[in-house]
Design a protein around this ligand. Structure first.
Ligand SMILES: Nc1nc2c(ncn2[C@@H]2O[C@H](COP(=O)(O)OP(=O)(O)OP(=O)(O)O)[C@@H](O)[C@H]2O)c(=O)[nH]1
Ligand SMILES: [Mg+2]
Length: 193
C-alpha cells in the first residue's frame, strides 16, 4: 500500500513535465539524403536504394528533455522542384529548418552546395527568421582530410545559420549530434520565453 503511494507520488512527479511540440522542416536538393537522415535518426535504419520523396512526408519523434516531453515533427520536403507550388503550404509554421547538402564530389554535390542560398531564401520567404542548421551529408563518400571547413563556415556566417554538422546517414556519423543540437536549441529557446 505504502509502496503504491510512493510509486504514484514519484510517478506523478516524474511525469509533471510540460508537453512541447516543434515542427522542423528539412530541405535541400534532391538525393542529398534528407529522407535517409531522418530515417537514421528516428529509426536507426539506412537503405541504399533511392526512393524519391513526392511532395512531402512527415515523421514523429518523441524525446524527453529535463523531464519535459518534446514531440518533434520532421517535415521531409521533396528536393525535386516539379511540385514547387506545394512547398509554401508544407513550410507553414515551421519552428526551425535543416538545410542538407551533399559532400559528394560530383555535379550533384557541387550544385547542392550552390543551392543552399536558394533554399534559405525559400524558407525565409515563407517562415521569416527561424533557426536554421546546415547538414553536410555523405561524409563517408569523401576523404575527411579534403574537407574545406572554411568554405562551410563562410556560408554559415553569411546566412546566420546556427551552425553546421558533418553527417553520414549511411554510417550514422554525426547524425545524433546534429539533430540533438537543433532540438536542444529549440527546447532551450522555448524555456527562455
Ligand atoms: N553513401 C551515402 N549515401 C547516402 C547517404 N545519405 C543518403 N544516401 C543515398 O543517397 C540517395 C538519396 O537519398 P535520399 O535520402 O532519398 O535523398 P533525399 O534528399 O530525400 O532526396 P529527395 O527525396 O529526392 O529530395 C539514396 O540512394 C541513399 O541511399 C550518405 O550519408 N552516404
Ligand atoms: Mg526524400
Amino acid at each position: 500500500m505504502l509502496s503504491t503511494i510512493f510509486y504514484n507520488i514519484f510517478y506523478s512527479m516524474s511525469n509533471s513535465g510540460k508537453k512541447l511540440r516543434f515542427k522542423i522542416t528539412v530541405i535541400g536538393d534532391g538525393r542529398v539524403g534528407k529522407t535517409s537522415l531522418i530515417k537514421k535518426f528516428t529509426r536507426g535504419t539506412f537503405e541504399t536504394d533511392y526512393v524519391e520523396t513526392i511532395g512531402a512526408q512527415f515523421s514523429k519523434f518523441d524525446k524527453e528533455i529535463d523531464e519535459d516531453h518534446v514531440r518533434l515533427l520532421f517535415w521531409d520536403i521533396a528536393g525535386q522542384r516539379d511540385l514547387d507550388f506545394l512547398r509554401p503550404s508544407f513550410y507553414r509554421q515551421s519552428d526551425a529548418a535543416i538545410i542538407v547538402y551533399s559532400l559528394e564530389e560530383n555535379t550533384l554535390g557541387r550544385n547542392s552546395f550552390k543551392h543552399i542560398q536558394n533554399w534559405h531564401e525559400d524558407i525565409k520567404r515563407f517562415c521569416g527568421n527561424i533557426p536554421i542548421m546546415l547538414f553536410a551529408n555523405k561524409i563517408d563518400l569523401i576523404d575527411m582530410d579534403n574537407l574545406d571547413h572554411s568554405e562551410i563556415r563562410e556560408i554559415v556566417n553569411e546566412h546566420y545559420f546556427l551552425g553546421y554538422y558533418i553527417t553520414s546517414a549511411k554510417t550514422g556519423q554525426g547524425v545524433h549530434e546534429a539533430f540533438d543540437a537543433i532540438i536542444e536549441k529549440l527546447y532551450y529557446k522555448s524555456q527562455a520565453i
